[in-house]
Design a protein around this ligand. Structure first.
Ligand SMILES: Cc1cc2nc3c(=O)[nH]c(=O)nc-3n(C[C@H](O)[C@H](O)[C@H](O)COP(=O)(O)O)c2cc1C
Length: 364
């Protein structure tokens, strides 16, 4: 059994380990004729890249992507997709396996070390191997291609909570997301988060976060009933991201506290002759099918497991021992998960757009 692929018609398969020579992905099913150069993808990878502020790991991963297949010059000389498999590759250039030599027999709490070893009886101990979030770089690369399959959809992500500190949603401003190192839509929270994370890092600890991803411009009708629900696929896609422990669509868990009057999104006719929903508790999806409203997904990322504070664990011989991360650590991996969440939204929507078109002959 192998589970390294996502999607039906827009199908992404990733490969590679944290400390192997390279990581990559194959995208099968991308339609032909879409202009695509490496820079289109690089722009999104640069948002995920570590070492961009003191709040993310200082590992040097330039993450320069190459397109190995699936593109060619069209009649106008532009490089476009050919409809054949796209293969994207990133060389791993900052792998220092020796950093992990003294913990190779120990299981890092909160990591996949124990479960991989128990399941496969062999584990690549270098940086988590296949379980490493290094893999998420390829999700971001594939997400950049997926966005081009659904160009009328705008997909944006933001960090809405770090530890107990939430943004004030009344101050939400998308234009602010690029102006701070946290992807925060509320500029007033930035100082609070910065000092909280400085405290966390100095004390050798870490903290979790909540990310919200919103897709605007998807028409009504994408998705499918029963076992192909759009919200089901989005939840699975977000949950597949490393360290994600909770996913919500629309009102999510808070729907349990609402009444039917408050939760049901009433409908009127808009001046443009199209239905207008008065609220969006459903997160833009009803019966597994998009309503045409913004599609809203939130996910919770757990605190970084690799921390300076020693933690109790065992080794593969059954001995009780302790483990601590040396050097710099990432006090909140949720920050770098924002572009990853956007990418998963794009991959799922591209797949559902193609599935919708396959069944009904049009995208809208
Ligand atoms: C973008 C990103 C970067 C991550 N970087 C780290 C890290 O530097 N240290 C760490 O302990 N966990 C990190 N994680 C989380 C681990 O990869 C994850 O917790 C681990 O593989 C176990 O998987 P699980 O938490 O999904 O069960 C990161 C997660 C994401 C999304």
């Amino acid at each position: 059994m192998s589970h390294n692929s996502i999607g039906h018609l827009f199908r992404v398969t990733t490969w590679g380990e944290s400390h192997g020579p390279a990581i990559g992905c194959v995208i099968d099913g991308c339609p032909p004729g879409i202009p695509l150069v490496a820079d289109d993808i690089q722009a999104f990878l640069d948002k995920r890249r570590p070492g961009q502020s003191r709040f993310t790991t200082q590992r040097r991963e330039p993450d320069a992507v190459r397109i190995l297949s699936g593109v060619f010059a069209d009649d106008a000389g532009r490089q476009v997709t050919t409809g054949t498999p796209l293969c994207l590759l990133i060389d791993n250039v900052d792998q220092r396996a020796r950093d992990y030599a003294d913990i190779k027999d120990k299981f890092r709490p909160g990591h996949a070390d124990y479960t991989y070893w128990k399941k496969y009886a062999i584990r690549d101990y270098r940086g988590g191997g296949r379980a490493s979030a290094r893999e998420t770089a390829m999700r971001v690369a594939a997400g950049a291609v997926a966005r081009k399959v659904v160009p009328t959809v705008t997909i944006r992500g933001a960090l809405v909570q770090i530890g107990r500190h939430r943004i004030d949603r009344s101050r939400w401003n998308w234009a602010e997301v690029g102006n701070n190192p946290f992807f925060a839509p509320d500029p007033a929270i930035v100082d609070t988060w910065a000092s909280h994370l400085d405290d966390m890092r100095k004390s050798g600890s870490s903290v979790g976060a909540v990310i919200e991803v919103v897709a605007e411009g998807a028409p009504p009708g994408w998705g499918a009933p029963i076992y192909g629900k759009l919200d089901q696929d989005l939840a699975g896609a977000m949950m597949s991201i490393n360290a994600v422990k909770g996913v919500e669509i629309g009102a999510g868990m808070a729907a349990a506290e609402l009444t039917g009057e408050d939760n049901a999104d009433e409908i009127r006719m808009g001046n443009d002759g199209r239905p207008r929903f008065l609220s969006n508790s459903a997160g833009g999806i009803l019966g597994g099918i998009s309503t045409g409203q913004p599609i809203v997904v939130r996910f919770a990322v757990k605190p970084t497991s690799s921390i300076l504070t020693p933690r109790r664990t065992i080794d593969c011989f059954g001995n009780e021992t302790e483990i601590a991360t040396k050097g710099r650590h990432d006090p909140c991996v949720g920050i770098r998960a924002v572009p990853v969440g956007e990418a998963m939204m794009a991959i799922v929507l591209a797949d559902h757009f193609l599935r919708h078109r396959a069944q009904l002959g049009s995208g809208t």
